[in-house]
Write a new protein. Structure first.
Length: 319
């Protein structure tokens, strides 16, 4: 009998149960610490996980029965793919299925931050009204820089076409002609930071992008600019971001991801009225979840049966 363990963060859970054979023993619930994951993966043939579940080398090596890692979504930075490859464990994921949902959320954070919705809500809660409100910023007519022009970045660019904005892009891993598909132009990261009124981060987390936006990069941005991150928290130096917000050298930030997750309730980021924060929910729409889970369970079942799956759903070993 196959045994599968499912991260409770994968909802609707019933979709996973419907997509796996009745003969499988499926348990739901994985605590998010390395020690707990190591314990709970014992005896499991397949692990259905999200980015909150750490799967470093020692966990993978201790999971002697593990045959497949099925990661919901695109990013697989929480999995030591090199260790998985060494032990013959394929890592399957669902790139592209949540891209539109993440892109919509990115645009949502851009607008919510520019229009200072956190401050507006706080005013209402304190009995205030619009005469106390700081004037917001209009998106139309501005320059938007997109860092990372993959599945999400391209969709962000397309969603922006109705706002009459200038689009700058930076992604050393895609051809410059890709920027033309969204009506943008390719430039260096430094130029993008200096010229943009809004900078959105949609890059994958790799060793090359970890800390991509730090003290020096934030200093290059306009004091009137806002930063939006729906990629991965460690792409930004979070301490440097807090300092930039405290000093007023940055006008605001829209954040769905953080250096450490879940975000502490006493995080200084939650004290700013020019920060709009969401709990890593950009991909969480009914439509994208149902489609992603259906594909993920199909991938896992086929792999366990020794059948091939499309190459796009197999994550390569860690770079």
């Amino acid at each position: 009998m196959r045994r599968a363990i499912v991260d409770q963060d994968i909802t609707p859970t019933q979709q996973v149960l419907d997509g796996t054979p009745e003969s499988w023993a499926v348990s739901v619930g994985i605590r998010g610490t390395v020690e707990a994951v190591r314990e709970e993966l014992a005896g499991a043939d397949v692990a259905f996980v999200t980015s909150r579940i750490p799967l470093p080398r020692d966990v993978i090596e201790s999971a002697s029965e593990l045959e497949v890692v099925a990661k919901l979504g695109t990013g697989v930075d929480n999995v030591d793919r090199e260790a998985a490859a060494e032990h013959g464990i394929p890592v399957t994921h669902t790139p592209g299925y949540n891209a539109l949902s993440v892109a919509e959320h990115t645009l949502c954070l851009v607008l919510a931050t520019a229009r200072r919705l956190t401050e507006a809500r706080t005013l209402l809660e304190s009995g205030g009204w619009r005469d106390e409100f700081t004037l917001a910023t209009r998106l139309s007519g501005s320059t938007v820089g997109i860092v990372g022009l993959g599945n999400v970045g391209k969709r962000v660019g397309r969603l922006l076409t109705g706002f009459d904005v200038e689009i700058l892009t930076h992604d050393p891993y895609v051809p410059g002609t890709d920027a033309e598909l969204v009506g943008g132009s390719t430039t260096s990261l430094g130029t993008l930071l200096e010229r943009s009124d809004v900078v959105v981060l949609n890059t994958e987390l790799t060793e090359a992008t970890r800390g991509l936006v730090g003290e020096a990069e934030l200093a290059r941005m306009k004091p009137s600019a806002i930063l939006v991150n729906t990629a991965r928290g460690p792409v930004v130096d979070q301490d440097a971001l807090v300092r930039a917000l405290e000093s007023g050298s940055l006008a605001g930030a829209g954040l769905d991801v953080f250096a450490s997750e879940p975000l502490d309730a006493d995080s200084p980021l939650l004290e700013f009225d020019n920060v709009v924060a969401t709990p890593h929910t950009a991909a969480m729409t009914c439509e994208s979840r149902v489609e992603s889970i259906r594909q993920l369970t199909t991938n896992a079942v086929r792999l366990l049966e020794g059948r091939a799956i499309p190459e796009q759903f197999l994550a390569p070993p860690s770079p």
